[in-house]
Design a binder for this molecule. Sequence first.
Ligand SMILES: Nc1ncnc2c1ncn2[C@@H]1O[C@H](COP(=O)(O)OP(=O)(O)OP(=O)(O)O)[C@@H](O)[C@H]1O
Length: 439
Amino acid sequence: MKTILLVEDDPIMGESLLQRFELEGFNVRWCHTLDQARQAIDEDPLAVVSDIRLPDGLASDWYVNLPARVRGIPWFFLTGYGSVNDAVRAVQAGARQYLTKPFDIEALVASVLVATSGRSAENDVVMGISMAMRQVESMLQKVGPQRVSLLLTGESGVGKEVAAQLVHRSGARGDAPFVAVNCAAIPETLMEAEFFGYEKHAFTGAHRAHRGYLERADGGTLFLDEVADLPASMQAKLLRALQERSFFRLGSESVMRSDFRVVAATNRDLQEAMQQGAFREDLYYRLAVVRVHLPPLRERPEDIRWLAEQMLLQIAEEQGAPVAASEAFMRSLMAQRWSGNARELRAHLEQAVALSEAGILDVLDGAPELAGSHDRDGNLAPLHEVLTRAETTHIRRALTTSNGSIGKAAELLGISRKTLWEKMKRGMIEAPQQRVNQP
Ligand SMILES: Nc1ncnc2c1ncn2[C@@H]1O[C@H](COP(=O)(O)OP(=O)(O)OP(=O)(O)O)[C@@H](O)[C@H]1O
């Protein structure tokens, strides 16, 4: 049974939380004192929602002294203004989040739902909780096991690769390969060799044989990102290989066979590319047996909070240290447009965590450029220094969001490529390495 432990001595607050969580289908065990809670915690609830100050003591003191296994349950603390420090201490010891009263019940419910779905259901939501993304996700799960070709469309950073991986997981054996190829990042001269592989001595510099992407994807998924960037010659060769399900390594005459599913992705308008003759129609129909469009984040604001919470959990796991965000911080995220979509959100969160104290995110961390607004003696820094720092931070953020592409970053920033170059040179900012292909 999905039980939530609610520890709250205020009868009105307790009653409304009880009703709200029951509405979500949870069974709620409501305790009014710490003493009652100490007994109820042994019933292994899915999550705990607890006030800090209770008639018989501080819930945060109780929490920090619990064994790690119990602290690993998702705990949410509700605090009045006076007990924020206690809540922060609890978060540092592993609690999921604290919300300052008066808080938004919907926000608490959304966070609890995210935290508990990961523990109870095998089929977690992966793409988003908005209606649009739920439809996307159910479509992906439906086509998963069918091994038909799939074309994912949507702006840069919306999560097309995440979608491709979901399809891969829902269709293939657990250990089947997922080979991701960024078609825009491979020089045209190397393309054939990278896709089809080559034999030793096939060309000058081929010191040993090499398995191409098609071969490596055998039994699994070949993910062709930025597929619109495939040059015409490669489009023709790829089409042939897909149709015949076979190909030759460069320098070899023996036919290679490889059985894989193709998932292609593009942020460009392929219809237009076809009309202009830049993309082959026959290849399009080969790739787009099913077409799924991922809408931009600004069209589904209800996913922002959900995504941010997923990402903060991932970041905390990667860093091996707890991360928690205040409600004000979450609201500041929801107020932004995220033209770089999930990728921009992720970059923003990583930066906020890096600049935060002990992984606790508050509104100021959402504007990290202000972090250096005082010198060591506490004096205000000159305006030009603060502005320069803000500019540098923001340019770095755009470059991360654009995956290192200067053209895209300039577009996001609303300045010309040349201006961006100049600013990067002046601020000694280097573009991060573009992600090439990760097998
Ligand atoms: N549903 C999600 N949950 C968690 N993280 C996500 C989700 N969707 C996207 N992200 C994160 O956002 C970033 C961009 O996602 P992804 O690479 O899938 O976008 P994309 O649409 O393939 O971008 P591009 O078109 O530029 O290749 C990644 O860091 C990814 O982990």
